[in-house]
Design a protein around this ligand. Structure first.
Ligand code: G3P
Length: 209
């Protein structure tokens, strides 16, 4: 059961990493844009923090993805996971990097058929987008479950993404996800229960000093 943070906000990553419970970070072009920073600087900061698994997304056609992926791998080989889209060329890039023993994450996965192809391309992770599947009116966690069942006999792990609530985190792990990547807000929310706060208040009041 691994927890990744789905953000490019370095201050948020730094704060959450202090808990000792964060196993990796996933980024994407939207999150990088939101950070307002240069992607290389963001990756460098996250690496310097000691995070050992950082998903860095490449885009464009096959040549572009391979060129960018190789360039990023030269800079961040110890920590990189190259994130590629679930497209024909994305999976060709996935195969290219996987054959070189570079970790890969196939993103924008919305059903088990796509996960099968990603596994065939040697993906380290497939990322079903749970929240966006839920938005379409069917259960994202059921797609996670299908991916987990289908990929059981492969080396590809299921990394549940597009997570918007603690309840979805739990359902994804119940469904067998190897990793759940979540926004920092959802991570911090996992600590919370109203009865924990109430119980703590009572204990503090009853404390004999
Ligand atoms: O990891 C993918 C994630 O960032 C997408 O999340 O909430 O935009 O669907 P969301």
């Amino acid at each position: 059961m691994r927890i990744f943070l789905d953000t490019a906000d370095f201050e948020e990553i730094k704060a959450a990493d202090k808990t000792g419970l964060i196993d990796g970070v996933t980024t994407n072009p939207t999150l990088i844009k939101k950070s307002g920073r240069d992607p290389i600087e963001v990756y460098q900061d996250i690496k310097d923090l000691g995070i050992t698994d950082i998903s860095m997304e490449v885009t464009g056609d096959l040549n572009q993805m391979i060129e960018d992926g190789n360039r990023l791998n030269e800079m961040f080989s110890e920590v990189i996971t190259i994130k590629v889209p679930m497209t024909v060329e994305g999976l060709q890039a996935c195969k290219y990097f996987s054959e070189d023993n570079i970790r890969t994450n196939v993103t924008l996965v919305f059903n088990a058929a796509q996960a099968v192809l990603a596994a065939k391309a040697g993906a380290t992770y497939v990322s079903p987008f749970v929240g966006r599947i839920d938005d379409q009116g069917y259960a994202g966690t059921e797609v996670v479950r299908s991916c987990v069942d289908l990929l059981r006999r492969t080396n590809t792990q299921v990394l549940a993404a597009s997570i918007r609530s603690t309840q979805r985190v739990v359902r994804c792990f119940y469904s067998g996800a190897d990793v759940v990547t979540m926004p920092p807000g959802v991570f911090w929310q996992m600590y919370k229960h109203v009865l924990t706060d109430v119980g703590l208040d009572i204990f503090e009041k009853d404390l004999i000093t």
